[in-house]
Design a binder for this molecule. Structure first.
Ligand code: ZN
Length: 231
């Protein structure tokens, strides 16, 4: 696969992971489309260090694009104040070479993975909670995010409830940006694997787990899933 000179990367979420993602991707020369439906809240600032108190109440995507403008890369960032869902996905990520989820929603993570497989896109799904996080890399033909997490957990703690340490956002956001840039270069060697950072308070090194496609995965094998579970 030939690598575009200046890839376009869609970033879902302009918060704790979206900030370091957009910093690293634009600094590396990528063009970024970033979407987020939320506004900046005072309680975000401890971990979403791309925002200042003056941004409270503003749309996160637009505030992040303005921050990029202050760094002189305004032409590389397009902001969309919308949630990534079935109705907006094509408009947000349709022109992107790689799509990266940095949202705080398990449902959105599964949707980004499903959309990317359906559209044949390389993708990254990053998550952060408390002192650690994960970075999944995906590409057509490799195991998908839903092979690993079949559905949203009923009892997943939210970032707001469980808390997220700012340093974890910086580490996971940086690792997610590296994963996205590798995929944008055409290097899909990590596709079908997840990088895990357990706890920054202890001696750590990212641990990578590789896995194969799950035979019952309804994203990888939609026909089989439909036949097995007629509705
Ligand atoms: Zn799958």
């Amino acid at each position: 696969m030939s690598a575009p000179a200046s890839p376009t990367i869609a970033v879902v979420g302009a918060g704790g992971l979206g900030g370091p993602l957009v910093w690293a991707l634009t600094a590396a020369g990528a063009r970024v489309v970033v979407c987020d439906p939320d506004v900046v809240e005072l309680s975000n600032l401890q971990r979403q260090v791309q925002f200042a108190t003056a941004d409270v109440g503003r749309a996160k995507a637009a505030a992040l694009a303005d921050e990029a403008a202050r760094r002189g890369v305004a032409d590389r960032v397009r902001a969309i104040a919308a949630r990534f869902d079935a109705t907006t996905a094509d408009a947000i990520a349709g022109a992107a070479d790689v799509v990266v989820d940095g949202s705080d929603s398990p449902a959105t993570k599964l949707l980004v993975g499903d959309w990317a497989i359906a559209r044949g896109r390389r993708h990254v799904v990053a998550g952060v909670l408390r002192w650690g996080g994960t970075v999944f890399s995906g590409a057509p033909g490799a195991a998908c995010f839903r092979c690993l997490f079949e559905d949203e957990p009923d009892d997943a703690p939210s970032c707001a409830d469980a808390g997220v340490v700012g340093a974890a956002c910086a580490v996971i956001g940086g690792l997610a940006a590296r994963a996205a840039l590798a995929l944008a270069r055409g290097d899909a060697g990590d596709a079908g694997s997840i990088l895990v950072v357990e706890d920054l308070r202890r001696p750590w090194a990212p641990r990578r787990a590789r896995f194969g496609r799950r035979s019952g995965c309804r994203t990888c094998f939609p026909q089989v899933a439909t036949d097995a579970h007629p509705s």
